[in-house]
Design a protein around this ligand. Structure first.
Ligand SMILES: *Cc1c(COP(=O)(O)O)cnc(C)c1O
Length: 380
């Protein structure tokens, strides 16, 4: 078992990183230094390659801050003051995207599917037919609040057919789930350092269609989150526009090297899926029920319904698991009691097996005898 003083983070970022990634942060870098700028340039180029994005058509722009900062910078650049944006919402991150747009004073429409039902391509088609005034559509690829993997490719085709701009929050999926821009039509994709590429927190990045970014000059509401200004400065000087999170950038570069050595997106996808399968099968064996049907489960994080047993208490369960070396995540559903277990980061199926033993042990200590949930929501 791992030393409980540094538990496995079974959370969707920050997550457990490798020793190499951590040790890359032991050196200090000047933000103007040419060695550091070469690292930044290499990261931008590698991210485009990871997405199969043609560098003539797409550019990669990193942005300081957590992932939400990059989402806000992107929404401010791609959506305009006058044209409405449709947010396909089925969880906390969809709600957040809509909130950001409202803060920006944008005209927002929300197709609200609640906590865990997927937005379906035919529903998007009907909405866009009924609302031809919409200019942009926002989708969360993996809605981390339930763990659902939304039907990105089919929705992308619908949005393309209607000729709308398409923005994808691929924060928790990019690098761990195949998403290739030579196959999926979209205008901007947002992700961050501390998710499937397994870096540490500090910045996000946007892969955006060059002509969309060019057209956004002067459009941002914000000085520091102006994606176009960041890009323009970086193109001209090779530097970040304001102080970069240098250690996080260097750690990310090391994490990218490990991503490639593991076998790229395909290999990581396979490892995460195996983690999920071992976890889900084992938890079901213990009597737990997943929120989602199998076809909607992502390889990123899984939501389990809390047992109805009065002896079950999430805080105690969390503490028992933490004492055994595992940090899990509370649920984020409004209607039912749940908890989440992530399967990304430096963890493999062996770790998942040990976790399952820890879950069984914790339930015994809590004297939980029945793991069936109280409510059985309509399956997605
Ligand atoms: C992690 C995440 C974000 C960004 O969250 P931050 O806390 O700002 O890093 C955005 N969208 C999704 C789907 C996420 O999983």
């Amino acid at each position: 078992m791992k030393d409980a003083s540094e538990p496995y983070l079974l959370t969707p970022g920050p997550l457990t990183t490798s020793a190499e990634t951590k040790s890359a942060m032991l050196k200090d870098w000047g933000s103007w230094d040419s060695d550091f700028n070469l690292l930044t340039a290499d990261i931008r180029q590698q991210l485009l390659a990871m997405a199969n994005a043609d560098p003539e058509t797409f550019v990669c722009v990193p942005m300081q801050g957590s992932g939400t900062f990059a989402v806000e910078a992107t929404l401010a650049s791609v959506t305009t003051q006058t044209e409405p944006t449709l947010v396909l919402s089925n969880g906390a991150y969809g709600k957040r995207a809509a909130d950001i747009l409202r803060y920006l004073g944008r005209d927002v429409q929300v197709m609200d599917k609640g906590d865990y039902l997927p937005p379906l391509p035919e529903e998007v088609d009907a909405w866009l037919t009924a609302h031809p005034e919409i200019a942009s559509v926002v989708l969360i690829h993996c809605e981390t609040s339930s763990g659902i993997l939304n039907p990105l490719e089919d929705i992308a085709r619908v949005v393309e057919r209607h000729g709308k701009r398409f923005i994808v929050d691929a924060m928790s999926s990019f690098g761990g789930v195949p998403l290739y821009l030579d196959q999926i039509p979209l205008d901007a994709l947002v992700s961050s350092a501390n998710k499937c590429i397994e870096g540490v927190p500090g910045f996000g990045f946007v892969i955006i269609r060059r002509r969309v970014l060019e057209a956004s000059a002067g459009q941002s509401h914000s000085l520091s989150l102006d994606l176009h200004a960041q890009w323009d400065y970086m193109e001209r000087t090779g530097q970040w526009r304001f102080t970069p999170p240098t250690h996080s950038v260097v750690a990310f570069h090391a994490a990218l090297e490990q991503h490639r050595a593991e076998g790229g997106v395909a290999a990581r996808f396979a490892r995460y899926r195996q983690n999920r399968d071992v976890l889900v099968n084992g938890m079901r064996h213990l009597g737990f029920q997943t929120l989602l049907e199998d076809n909607w489960l992502s390889p990123i994080i899984t939501t389990f319904l809390s047992p109805d047993d009065t002896n079950f208490d999430f805080k105690t369960f969390y503490a028992e698991l933490k004492a055994r070396g595992f940090v899990i995540y509370p649920g984020k559903l409004t209607e039912v009691e749940s908890f989440r277990i992530g399967h990304i980061g430096q963890v493999d199926s062996r770790v998942m097996q040990v976790l399952l033993e820890a879950v069984e042990h914790s339930l015994n200590i809590m004297q939980v005898s029945c793991t069936r949930p109280a409510t059985f929501p309509q399956p997605a």
